[in-house]
Each structure stands twice: as structure tokens, then as C-alpha cells.
Design a protein around this ligand. Structure first.
Ligand code: ZN
Length: 469
């Protein structure tokens, strides 16, 4: 095959803790040369004058074609979800192969490979959700799968069909340490939630807005403390998913100050949306913003921004988990469900990067563009074993590049949605930036907000526990 040569000229490029005007020369699928006024002969030249040139986003927490805790499959396919991801500037995603009790983990992972392989237009690895931690799964299947390039495990401390008790959490953490895997955790105290749900529903407080009260902040605090202790005890690093509250953040801070080695993320919605959205005039409209943990108060959001600025939080993901706003999704239990009957989750793959970059450019936070790259691309790649091929613009890395327009005036709306939820939880928000072109391994996959690649063009990324963390 003839080699492919691409030259990106005059962009403002973020690379290795630096940002400056330069050219990037891409040979085949890799970044080959970087510098001022490169004169390499190329088959195609992209003029990136006045544009921001950043590594493609890595969204390390997104649910795609996955059966959820409520038994429903997310409202999209690998093709629609990764189209949303690409349009929003991402070149890599890490969704979930979800095991339920009784399933063979190997079979679950194989089936998931089939779905991803057919539909994905961006590159991917996967987290393996363990919900049935039998001895066979933990001591035979898990080590085999880790050895074969699946170095990420996800466990839940809540949800009836998914939760793992502490005995099994410790077994999984120990096996992960022996076999070399990262363990991500949905950490909330299950009993506190169950009690609160019962109390609210029996009291007649069952509309969407009460979902927030049903997940008390104390449940997050308690579970964070417990998982950090277990991480410390087993010397197995964990990633605490979706930190949503100021109090929870304090537990993260305290654990890190004690020297425990673990990581923590928050998501776009906890930074930018608040609980008043669940209280809508048309009561059921509040279902659009039901996710777990719930979006909370403006002071919680403010604390999370500070947590990102001082590195208490390591990265930001979307926790994309879309359900259509109809009887196939949010209302699958009927027209007037109580909050507990509404599937948890909202779409986010398409919105995470443009919304966060807008906040950075407009100085709504103390993060700069290099911080943005770190929390949305470099750190996710490092934590999950994808670095240095993913997560940074540097010589030898995969040519995964997003070229941004930054002087736009876009009002986010439902019309822009390409994932299967068909609604945009960020509708009405004004932002200044949007990807102009998205390049995956040297190939343009999005140009002028149009998809340019075929389903199945994304490839599986085999991972092992990162040496960079
Ligand atoms: Zn999630």
C-alpha cells in the first residue's frame, strides 16, 4: 500500500506541556514530524490557521449498547454512539462489557467485541463489569482476559443486579493486583440509597425531582472511604468514578493526602448541571436529568472545578448512558413512573469536550488548554494503558487529532443530537467552540460536522496496566 502523507499547517498545537504555532507531518497512521514551516511533501495539506490543534479526546467512561441495571439496553448502537463521540472531538472510547450473575465473562467480552467491531468509528478498549464474581470468573476467566489485553475491570457497590459485597471486592482487587489490571468503581452506599428510596416512595414523594434526595451525599462519602481503605489494604490502584459532591471530594482529598495511590474522575454533568433541572413544570421532563449519582447543587459543582484545578480529581468523562425520552427508554415502565422506575443516565459523548473547552477558553474556571488536554485525553489514556499511542500529540504517537474552531457562537439544542436518546441535556447552553475536523490514525473521520468514515473502521486497543501512572 502506498504511504499516506498528511501535513497540518499553522495550527496552535498543544503538545507535551507546551502550546505553540507549528506544523504536524503525519506519515501513514503516526505523527512523524513536528516543527515550524515544515516543507515535507504531502498528499493532503490542512490549513489550521487560527485553529486549535489538540489530541483527540479519550472518553474513558461511556455506556454503549450495554444492558443497564434496569435491564434496558442503552438507546444507541456502537455506530450512533461513536458517531456522537467523533462529532464531539473524541477518537477513543472505553465502554463496558457487562457481565451479570451466571454469565461467563469470556463470553460477554467476546460478544461485546462483535458489537464494537461491527459498529465503532473510533478506537476503543473496554472495561469488564463483574457482577457475578464466582471463583471461576475471578481466578480463571479474569486472568486469561487480562492477559489477552483487557486490563480494566469495573465493579459496582450499589444497584440490586450489579453490586458486589466487600468480600468479593477484596477478591477482585487482589486478583487485579496479581494479574495487572485497573479497577474502576461506582461507589455509593447501597443500603443508604435503598432505605431512602423506600422512605420517599412510601411518603408519596415519587416524582423525578426526589431522585436527588434518594442518593444522599453521605452514601458517596461512606463508599469512597471504604473503597479507598480497600485499595490501600490490597495495594491495588482504583479509579473512583463520577465524584458528584463536595463532601465526596473531601474524602478523595484526604485519601490522596494519606498517600493512598488511587484516581478519581468527575463528569461533565456534575460540573455544569444542577439538581433544579429535575424539578420541571411538566413533571416528567425531569426524567431527562436522572442519572446516578445525581447532579447536585451549584456549590458542589464549584468544589469539583476546584478539585480539577488542584489535581484532586484526575480526569473528566461523560458517563454517556442515553435513554430515549419515550416508552422505549425513560418511560419503559409506563407514562407516569416513580423516580425509581426511570432508567439512570444521560447522553454526553457529543458534549463533553466542547462544553469543557468553552469553559476553559472563556475563563469560567482556572484550567488552561493544557489542563483541558490532560483531563480529557492524556490522563484517561495513561490510567487505562493507552498512552503513549493515545492521549498526546507527539512524534511516534497515533495521529489522533482534533482541530477546533474556537470563535463560534453555538446554542446547543436537541436538533444536534446523533445518539439514540434524541435529546440534549445541555440544550440552551451557548458555547464558542466545535470540532472542525477530527482525524483518527491519519484519516479524517469528521469534517464540517459530517461523519466521513464507515462503521467498523475503529479498532480494538489491547491494553495492559499502564507504566505511566
Ligand atoms: Zn457509568
Amino acid at each position: 500500500m502506498p504511504s499516506q502523507r498528511l501535513l497540518i499547517k499553522n495550527g496552535t498545537v498543544a503538545y507535551s506541556n507546551n502550546i505553540q504555532k507549528m506544523d504536524i507531518f503525519i506519515l501513514d497512521d503516526k505523527i512523524s514530524k513536528m516543527g515550524r514551516d515544515l516543507s515535507e511533501e504531502a498528499d493532503k495539506i490542512i490549513d489550521a490557521t487560527d485553529k486549535l490543534v489538540l489530541p483527540g479526546g479519550v472518553d474513558s467512561h461511556c455506556h454503549i449498547e450495554q444492558k443497564s441495571a434496569s435491564g434496558l439496553i442503552n438507546s444507541d448502537t456502537f455506530h450512533s454512539a461513536t458517531s456522537a463521540a467523533a462529532l464531539g472531538g473524541n477518537t477513543t472510547v472505553i465502554p463496558f462489557a457487562a457481565q451479570y450473575a451466571g454469565d461467563s465473562l469470556i463470553e460477554v467480552v467476546n460478544n461485546y467485541h462483535g458489537l464494537a467491531n461491527r459498529g465503532s468509528i473510533v478506537d476503543y478498549s473496554m472495561h469488564m463489569i463483574i457482577a457475578g464474581p464466582s471463583d471461576d470468573v475471578i481466578t480463571r476467566e479474569l486472568p486469561k482476559l487480562i492477559l489477552e489485553g483487557h486490563s480494566s475491570i469495573k465493579i459496582f457497590m450499589t444497584y440490586d443486579r450489579l453490586k458486589i459485597d466487600d468480600t468479593n471486592i477484596l477478591k477482585i482487587l487482589n486478583q487485579a493486583r496479581i494479574s495487572g489490571a485497573m479497577v474502576s468503581v461506582h461507589a455509593e452506599n447501597h443500603e443508604m440509597i435503598t432505605n431512602k428510596v423506600k422512605e420517599l416512595i412510601e411518603g408519596g414523594f415519587d416524582s423525578p425531582k426526589y431522585h436527588t434526595d434518594s442518593h444522599p451525599v453521605e452514601g458517596e462519602v461512606d463508599a469512597f472511604r471504604r473503597i479507598i481503605k480497600m485499595s490501600d489494604e490490597t495495594k491495588q490502584p482504583v479509579m473512583i468514578f463520577h465524584v458528584s459532591s463536595e463532601q465526596g471530594l473531601k474524602e478523595i482529598e484526604a485519601g490522596k493526602k494519606r498517600g493512598v495511590k488511587f484516581f478519581a474522575e468527575t463528569c461533565t454533568q456534575y460540573l455544569t448541571l444542577n439538581s433544579h433541572l429535575l424539578d420541571q413544570e411538566k413533571i416528567n421532563d425531569g426524567a431527562k436529568w436522572i442519572c446516578s449519582p445525581p447532579i447536585r447543587s451549584p456549590s458542589d459543582s464549584k468544589a469539583l472545578w476546584i478539585g480539577l484545578e488542584d489535581n484532586t480529581l484526575d480526569l473528566v468523562t461523560s458517563d454517556h448512558a442515553p435513554y430515549s425520552f419515550d416508552s422505549n427508554g425513560k418511560f419503559f415502565k409506563g407514562d407516569n413512573p416513580n423516580f425509581k422506575e426511570i432508567p439512570n443516565g444521560m447522553p454526553g459523548l457529543q458534549w463533553r469536550l466542547p462544553i469543557l473547552l468553552d469553559k476553559v477558553i472563556n475563563k469560567n474556571c482556572d484550567l488552561d488548554i493544557l489542563d483541558f488536554v490532560r483531563i480529557t485525553s492524556t490522563m484517561p489514556a495513561k490510567v487505562y494503558g493507552l498512552y503513549p499511542s493515545k492521549g498526546e500529540i507527539k512524534i511516534g504517537s497515533d495521529a489522533d487529532i482534533t482541530i477546533w474552531d474556537t470563535k463560534l457562537n453555538i446554542t446547543l439544542s436537541d436538533n444536534m443530537v446523533v445518539d439514540g436518546s434524541k435529546y440534549n441535556p445541555y440544550s440552551g447552553m451557548n458555547i464558542c467552540c466545535w470540532p472542525n475536523e477530527v482525524i483518527l490514525r491519519g484519516n479524517t473521520i469528521v469534517k464540517d460536522n459530517l461523519i466521513k468514515s464507515k462503521p467498523g473502521s475503529g479498532k480494538f486497543l489491547s491494553t495492559k496496566l499502564s507504566e505511566y501512572i
